[in-house]
Design a protein around this ligand. Structure first.
Ligand code: IPM
Ligand code: MG
Length: 357
């Protein structure tokens, strides 16, 4: 199994390094072999190649079986032209790999209930849903235009039937192995793309009569996520709504450093795995970062790309275990609400997870 490894910028190299240590432990325990190839993307690629995702990087990713990514970006590259910003590398990579389905779990860990910013009576009902975000269409990939005088601009949002159908299917399939409920989020009272979105999702739903489907406007959805997150199982939505709602969803779990994501595409192409948080340049290189989001992204890679469910579970169980035991990195350390909390560095918490595996 060949894994393209994008360490990226900021805390990226540290958290990815720890995730690879965990994969090596998994390889030993389950008698597997992972080959890693380092790939440059983001600020470090701008420094080395003058662009955020050079063709050699795209090629290396396309030739791999899966791509593991830390995080890209940082203040050093903030003044780059839009075409040459680190984020552009990420968008180009998603597009090159054709990873149209972004799976972002919003799960509150039991041990971390006190970190949930919502009222106790809401938090106690639990948070465990998945945002399925369309990732290669919509306004992100439409025309972005600014006129010469810079007094007029236009961003174009398009969706085709094929794009909507394939992401809807992923949502229904995901709900089928969960709690059998899909909430499709759109703005069908205003947007044309949303109106066909709704119709096409309704059509796909006919093949999934065991799944409950409801539709929700995006403004209402953003409110419902904080009012009663326990009502959600699978949220299906387009690219930009998904960007926004998935940040909101992860924040209410109180553990943004713990949440992984997977971006899936066609069966014969490599898929992309990354934590949902950014490159946190302020704590880079200080052994303070939380590697758990990346470690859980590696678990998702084992599950989705390599069909190694047992190995994925072994990682997830070890993470649950160390959290239950009270081990924390700085971002989730909370001695005020929990006197059993014990602070560890990036390296040490990964070691603890490795030992439990
Ligand atoms: C994300 C990020 C990216 C996005 C940025 C960095 C382009 O916010 O993965 O959610 O908007 O998709
Ligand atoms: Mg985002």
């Amino acid at each position: 199994m060949n894994i393209a490894v994008i360490r990226g910028d900021g805390i990226g190299p540290e958290i990815v390094g720890e995730a690879l240590n965990i994969l090596n432990i998994i390889a030993e325990k389950f008698n597997l072999k992972f080959n890693y190839q380092d790939v440059y993307m983001g600020g470090c690629a701008i420094d080395k190649f003058g662009e955020p995702l050079p063709d050699v990087s795209v090629k290396a990713c396309l030739n791999s079986d899966a791509v593991l990514l830390g995080a890209v970006g940082g203040p050093k590259w903030d003044l780059q032209q839009p075409e040459n910003r680190p984020e552009k590398g990420l968008l180009k990579l998603r597009n090159a790999l054709g990873v149209y389905a972004n799976i972002r779990p919003a799960k509150m860990f039991n041990a971390l209930k006190s970190a949930c910013p919502l009222r106790d009576d809401i938090a106690n009902k639990g948070i465990d849903f998945i945002v399925i975000r369309e990732l290669t269409g919509g306004i992100y990939f439409g025309e972005h235009f600014i006129n010469e005088d810079k007094d007029f601009a236009r961003d174009v949002m398009t969706y085709s039937k094929l794009e909507i159908e394939r992401i809807a299917k992923i949502a229904f399939e995901t709900a089928r192995i969960r709690n059998k409920k899909v909430t499709s989020v759109d703005k069908a009272n205003v947007l044309a793309t949303s109106r066909i979105w709704r119709e096409i999702v309704n059509n796909i739903a006919k093949d999934y009569s065991d799944i409950e489907l409801n539709h929700m406007y995006v403004d209402n959805a953003s409110m419902q996520i904080v009012k009663d997150p326990s009502q959600f199982d699978v949220i299906l939505t387009e690219n930009m709504f998904g960007d926004i709602l998935s940040d909101e969803a992860s924040q209410i779990t109180g553990s943004i450093g713990l949440i992984p994501s997977a971006s899936l595409g066609a069966d014969n192409t490599p898929w992309l795995y990354e934590p949902i948080h950014g490159s946190a340049p302020d704590i880079a290189g200080q052994n303070k970062a939380n590697p758990i989001g990346t470690i859980l992204a590696a678990a998702m890679m084992l599950r989705y790309s390599f069909k190694l469910e047992d190995a994925a579970r072994a990682i997830e169980q070890a993470v649950n275990k160390i959290l239950d035991e009270g081990w924390r990195t700085g971002d989730i350390f909370d001695a005020k609400h929990d006197d059993k909390n014990k602070l560890l560095g990036c390296k040490e918490i990964a070691e603890a997870i490795g030992e439990r595996i």
